[in-house]
Design a protein around this ligand. Structure first.
Ligand code: BGC
Length: 461
């Protein structure tokens, strides 16, 4: 039970990620009424969080390796509180920008520190599900923000309150992290063996943790990688895999739906704003439900099967959306609603859950923090690139071709994942590192058994 509580508290960072990225579409409508905003200012308010997240993920890659995972999550909870206070009490637009930037930096750091921390405290047979709790928290955060957007549709001047609600999870995260233990893997790396053993005994509810500690030690002692090794030839393939997963998660267009769903629904024929926002709440709900499915079945069905099935589902949904706009039929708006729902469901149980899980698993311990930072930066960079060009693409290409473009990215994603993504189900992080060291092809680094070159790989246990 302790392990579930520990992971749920750390996953509050994910909830804040979802809440703070989702709330802005609704809050913006009210900020505009209080302060006259130019288009550039509006874009800045929306993208300040994404810019901050990019900086956070890039700058702080080494922070978690240096200061430890727990301390960094504690610090970002403080940044969430300060950023939220600045934004919700803002006397002018610049203060809103400052607050949102601060929140963005916290999101960027938290978006890799939380899954990293969870992956390092989780026992291997539960790791997939527990790390995906973070993605579940992201989707719950998005859903809450949609509900709040809907609840406040007709309330003037409510943006301050909308932002301020984010204080609740931020304070809970701060209090919770205060009591949580440091990652045992990080403690071993710091040669604080006694603490590492005590932490593991607490998490595993048993005093027999010597073997696990020894395995972590072995992975550290045998391979003393330096930070500069993040670009070393043996790490390059996994770094490439992480960067590509970050890229793919965003170029399939998820945040065109998450951030702009009401716009898409209006384009498809729903005239009134509150119906569009209500349909968006529906998106938030199915996103959560499909993620629960991922959390429950990831460790049973395996990563690859969910990933590949989801990519097919996303591609077909985008094709349907694209064709519906092309034919402009009477059913357009219903096809739009149906296909955005199936799209979000397919994303949630595949790329949504899998990016954060795989990037927390594939990197060797010594460079894990920094390498994850690079992969997560890729995700935030492409998030910014896709969401800040969506409206211009709609204008320039029209909805049919825009969604066709994202559908073609799903095809690229399918081919890439089919050939390159390993099955990491039920394999220890140390074994994955071992396989990378031995130069196994990317797709095979999740094999749990030793294989001599040229020999057939045995089935995972
Ligand atoms: C992505 C976000 C996205 C969310 C949707 C996350 O995994 O990184 O960009 O908004 O999923 O649920």
């Amino acid at each position: 039970m302790a392990i579930y509580l520990v992971c749920a508290i750390a996953a509050l960072a994910g909830l804040l990620f979802g809440f703070d990225t989702g709330i802005i579409s609704g809050a913006l409508l009210f900020i505009e009424k209080g302060f006259p905003l130019t288009t550039v200012m509006k874009e800045l308010i929306v993208s300040s969080v994404l810019l901050g997240a990019m900086a956070g993920s890039l700058l702080s890659g080494r922070l978690t390796d240096y200061y430890g995972r727990r301390k960094i999550i504690l610090i970002i909870s403080g940044m969430f509180i300060i950023g939220t206070l600045i934004a919700s009490l803002a006397p002018n637009v610049n203060a809103i920008l400052l607050g949102r930037l601060c929140i963005g930096i916290a999101i960027g750091i938290g978006s890799y520190t939380a899954p990293l921390y969870i992956a390092e405290v989780a026992p291997l047979e539960l790791r997939g599900g527990l790390v995906s709790l973070n993605q579940l928290a992201i989707t719950i955060g998005i859903m809450c923000s949609y509900f709040i957007n809907y609840a406040f549709t007709n309330t003037e001047g409510s943006w301050r309150l909308m932002f301020a609600i984010g204080l609740i999870p931020a304070i809970l995260l701060c209090i919770g992290m205060f009591f949580l233990p440091e990652s045992p893997r990080w403690l071993v790396k710091q040669k604080r063996l006694r603490e590492a053993k005590a932490t593991l005994s607490y998490l595993r509810r048993t005093a027999h943790v010597d073997q696990e500690v020894a395995e972590i030690e072995r992975s550290l002692n045998v391979h003393q990688a330096k930070l500069s090794e993040i670009f070393a030839p043996w790490i390059r393939p996994v770094l490439f895999l992480g960067i590509m997963l970050g890229f793919l998660q965003q170029v399939v267009g998820i945040n065109t739906i998450i951030y702009y769903a009401p716009t898409i629904f209006q384009l498809a024929g729903f005239q009134d704003t509150s119906t569009s926002i209500l349909a968006t709440v529906g998106i938030g709900i199915v996103n959560v439900i499909a993620t629960i499915f991922a959390v429950l079945y990831l460790d049973k069905l395996g990563r690859r099967v969910l990933l590949l099935t989801g990519l097919v589902g996303m591609c077909l949904s985008l094709l349907a959306l694209s064709l519906a706009f092309q034919w402009d039929s009477a059913y357009l708006r219903w096809i739009a609603v149906f296909s955005t729902f199936t799209y979000v469901i397919s994303f949630a149980f595949s790329l949504g859950a899998m990016l954060w899980l795989l990037v927390s698993e594939i990197f060797p311990l010594d460079v894990r923090g920094a390498a994850m930072g690079v992969a997560v930066f890729s995700c935030w960079f492409w998030n910014f690139a896709v969401s800040s060009t969506f409206l211009s693409l709609l204008n320039a290409l029209g909805p049919t071709n825009t969604f066709l473009l994202y559908a073609s990215m799903c095809v690229v994603g399918f081919v890439f994942c089919y050939y390159k993504v390993p099955e990491t189900n039920n394999v220890s992080l140390e074994k994955i590192e071992d396989n990378i060291r031995r130069g196994l092809p990317l797709r095979e680094i999740g094999q749990p058994v030793s294989v001599a070159p040229g020999k057939a790989l045995q089935k995972p246990v």
